[in-house]
Design a protein around this ligand. Structure first.
Ligand code: GLN
Length: 420
């Protein structure tokens, strides 16, 4: 069979290609020289499947997309509280190159605008590291995320340095507030190298898929961020990743995202996919026009909006039936899917509303994919109470989806004996 996914992506690219609004970034002269017709889309699943169409293998500079990952690295190195001391997480509602500092403290509003991103860059490697080692560390991170060695576009970097007055002003202000201590020229030069790292839409899709996959690169299997670090990173991307159009973006697309003036946009949908688009024409916010259109289509066609709640809870209690008769009758509860709070609550409600008349109960987890921590505690508590009511409870869980099986009443939870 020919996989329909690339055909679908090609259809989306064809449909959005007719849009020619916006213009490539011109404040960095080198960026204005790109072919504005370039257009690529890539998608990577959390299982590591990659679909890439159009100019998805053309390199361009990451620009502000790097901010998301460098913030993640700062959180990994310093912890959330350590980073919060110098960078807030409030959407600024301002353009990316506004100063947007908190009154009094001088903390940048968030890590996605330049002020916050320059601060996040300054945190990498602690106080001792040289600017070039810091950049190396960042390139190493970005390369791990892409699953291949990345490098800096020297021409774009030079060009960016020639147009760096605004970023220099931001760095001077940050220094005056004691938010950063590096000399302004030094940090802006290093930050511009971070922005000038070359990637393709395919690379970006894998980087985004690493976030969708709770921090594990889906092809190489390398753990790059912890689940908690990813949660923080995606939260900030959702609220601040598209600058002063963040509200529009969340309403229309509903996927944590980050754009860059090189023409790239990434989006990461937890547990599902990483998406990336590349098209250099930008709107007035600095976001790719075709990129936004593509994301709007993908989100609506594929039902990717975060607020479009999936209904797994209904499926959790797959079926229940009795085997045998009399004293030896067993009531079997077959559970399935991913069990979180609402799924576990459904099971508890069923056990409360329709208490089993059989003395022996088997909880069959064969069809269960994941049990979240809260659901595990709820199920074990249910088992403890069923035992208190005089039931014997067995567990069918050959795959071991239920860890720490101690219901807390001093008795082990046993697998179903073969003769039952
Ligand atoms: N390097 C660019 C800058 O600092 C990044 C801006 C962006 O991509 N929005 O101006």
């Amino acid at each position: 069979m020919r996989n329909p996914v690339p055909d679908y992506l090609t259809e989306v690219v064809d449909a959005c290609a007719s849009s020619r609004g916006g213009a490539p970034a011109s404040y960095i002269p080198e960026l204005a020289k790109v072919d504005p017709e370039q257009f690529g889309v890539a998608m990577a699943t959390v299982d590591g499947a990659v679909y890439a169409v159009g100019d998805a293998d053309t390199e361009f500079t990451m620009q502000s997309i790097s901010k998301a990952f460098v913030y993640g690295l700062a959180v990994r190195e310093r912890g959330i509280a350590g980073v919060d001391e110098v960078i807030d997480v409030e959407p600024s509602g301002d353009p990316f190159d506004e100063l947007s500092l908190e009154e009094g403290s001088g903390r940048p509003s968030n890590p996605m605008i330049n002020a916050g991103a320059i601060t996040a860059h300054s945190l990498i490697g602690g106080g001792e590291i040289s600017p070039s080692d810091r950049v190396e560390r960042i390139i190493e991170l970005l390369s791990d995320l892409a699953g291949r060695q990345l490098s800096v576009d020297e021409r774009v970097w030079h060009s960016e340095m020639e147009a760096s007055d605004r970023n220099l002003a931001i760095a001077h202000m940050l220094r005056s507030h004691g938010i950063i201590s590096d000399p302004a020229e030094e940090i802006i030069s290093a930050y511009a190298r971070q922005c000038s790292v070359l990637v393709t839409a395919r690379d970006l899709a894998l980087m985004a898929a690493t976030l969708a996959n709770a921090g594990v690169q889906p092809v190489t299997g390398q753990r790059i961020f912890s689940g908690g670090e990813v949660r923080r990173l995606l939260s900030v991307m959702l609220t601040c990743g598209m600058y002063d159009s963040a509200g529009d973006w969340v309403s229309a697309v509903g996927i944590p995202a980050k754009s860059g003036v090189g023409g790239g946009i990434i989006g990461a949908l937890p547990g599902q996919v990483g998406l990336a688009t590349f098209s250099p024409r930008l709107d007035t916010h600095g976001n790719s026009v075709r990129g936004i259109e593509t994301f709007e289509r993908l989100s609506s066609d594929m039902g990717l909006h975060l607020m479009e709640v999936a209904p797994p809870a209904r499926e959790v209690l797959h079926s229940t039936h009795a085997i045998g008769a009399g004293e030896d009758a067993v009531r079997v509860y077959e559970l399935s899917g991913t069990i979180g709070f609402s799924g576990a609550e459904r099971i508890l409600q069923r056990l409360t509303d329709e208490p089993p008349s059989e003395r022996i109960i088997a909880v069959d987890l064969t069809g269960v994919h994941t049990i979240r921590s809260v659901a595990r505690r709820m199920l074990l508590e249910a088992i403890r109470r069923l035992r208190q009511d005089g039931h014997t409870v067995y567990l069918v869980d050959e795959a071991g989806v239920l860890p720490d099986r101690d219901p807390g009443d001093g008795e082990m939870l046993l697998p179903l004996p073969p003769d039952l």
